[in-house]
Design a protein around this ligand. Structure first.
Ligand code: ATP
Length: 364
């Protein structure tokens, strides 16, 4: 069992007397065998969180628990965690075999035969058996990353900590490694915390994602929950590419009035707003349909500015009639629209998100 709990974990840095709060009161229960992806924009505190778990940074406040034992003050080598870095961090003068066995020789009393067996098993798992006698400089980036992962596996840790491990790989290799890593984690059943700022990795790899912004946890949920039911405007805007369209709106007589259009609300939606008078309306680009004719009261005239063909679908950038506000729709490539076309944008009521204008919290 390896349940990892962050309980009100906070990290302050001192910057010439100014206090920087890198991580602010983060609480997450990561279940035994769970794959948790920590995601957020640059500087939001992802690496600091991971480094605290690894023991590479001290915890300023709160508790880190591994299976009910507080590990705040345990030395990194005694935490039973293995970290994989973006930079691979291989020793250049050692062979692959030496890189993989080094940690075991240093920190355990394991015999040579067992170390050899573990290294060979991990190498087989990563498909690098033929590279064991090479030095890191004789390997491609993808092979080096496999060695770095193999080195984490041989230690048979309670927890894997991964800090953007795939970000130095090219797009194709990255997608292969993404699925391989997921399979490996599932097979080994090791509790994993994986840091990334990559949307695809966040949406596809983890059992759950934890979204951080400005040191604060915004939501911990399955990727689909966070995507379809974002806790707040930040999460809604962060997940999804192209990102959600947002409009400022006031609530007047059961209608959301924006500078661009009026959006009548059903009684059920209105009830969720709980009397709010100023809100933000959000709609995902793929939820907007482009049709020829306005037939309902959620249909709005717009002009197509740019069409970006992506193969099976198109990103379409549009401007509402009578306004210079632009918005984005993602439509099937079979929708024949071109720059300059006048179209009708349909925004289905069941697809809209509504957020509190001050706190950003999701109301509907
Ligand atoms: P990135 O995706 O760019 O790596 P991140 O989400 O991993 O970013 P962190 O590296 O955890 O972010 O940094 C969080 C905040 O803490 C940032 O404001 C950063 O400048 C600050 N910070 C990190 N390490 C230190 C340090 N040693 N001293 C002072 N401030 C630091």
């Amino acid at each position: 069992m390896a349940e990892l709990v962050l309980d009100g974990v906070t990290k302050y840095f001192d910057d010439d007397g100014d206090r920087i709060v890198a991580v602010d009161d983060a609480s997450i229960d990561i279940a035994d065998g769970e794959f948790l992806v920590l995601v957020g924009p640059s500087g939001c505190g992802k690496s600091t969180t991971l480094r605290m778990v690894a023991g590479l940074e001290t915890v300023s406040e709160g508790a880190l628990r591994l299976d009910d034992t507080v590990i705040n003050d345990r030395a990194p080598a005694e935490r039973d965690v293995a970290m994989v870095f973006q930079s691979y961090a291989l020793y250049p003068h050692m062979t692959v075999r030496e890189n993989m066995s080094f940690g075991l020789e240093e920190s355990t009393s394991m015999g040579d035969a067992e170390i050899r067996e573990r290294v060979e098993d991990a190498a087989a798992m990563m498909g690098i058996e033929d590279l064991l006698d090479r030095k890191p400089r004789e390997l491609s980036g993808g092979q080096q990353q496999r060695v770095a992962l193999g080195r984490a596996i041989v230690r048979d840790p309670e927890v894997f900590l991964m800090d953007e491990p795939l970000s130095n790989l090219d797009a194709k290799l990255r997608s292969t490694m993404r699925t391989e890593l997921q399979r490996l984690q599932e097979d080994l059943g090791v509790t994993t915390v994986y840091v990334t700022h990559d949307q695809t990795e966040a949406m596809t790899m983890g059992d759950r994602i934890a979204i951080l912004n400005d040191g604060r946890l915004q939501q911990v949920a399955t990727p689909l929950e966070a995507y379809h039911a974002p806790a707040n405007e930040f999460v809604a805007g962060f997940l999804g590419e192209p990102s959600m369209n947002f409009f400022d709106a006031s609530v007047e007589d059961g209608t959301l009035v924006t500078d661009q259009f009026d959006f009548p609300l059903s009684a059920a939606t209105l009830e969720d707003l709980d009397g709010a008078s100023s809100v933000r309306l959000g709609v995902r680009p793929e939820d907007i349909e482009l049709v020829d004719e306005a037939t309902g009261d959620h249909d709005y005239g717009a002009t197509v500015d740019v069409v970006e063909p992506l193969g099976n679908e198109n990103n379409v950038y549009l401007t509402f009639d009578g306004d210079d506000e632009t918005f984005t729709a993602v439509v099937p490539a079979t929708d024949a629209v071109e720059a300059g076309d006048h179209v009708v944008a349909r925004i289905p009521e069941d697809a809209v998100h509504i957020f509190d204008v001050d706190s950003g919290a999701a109301l509907h």
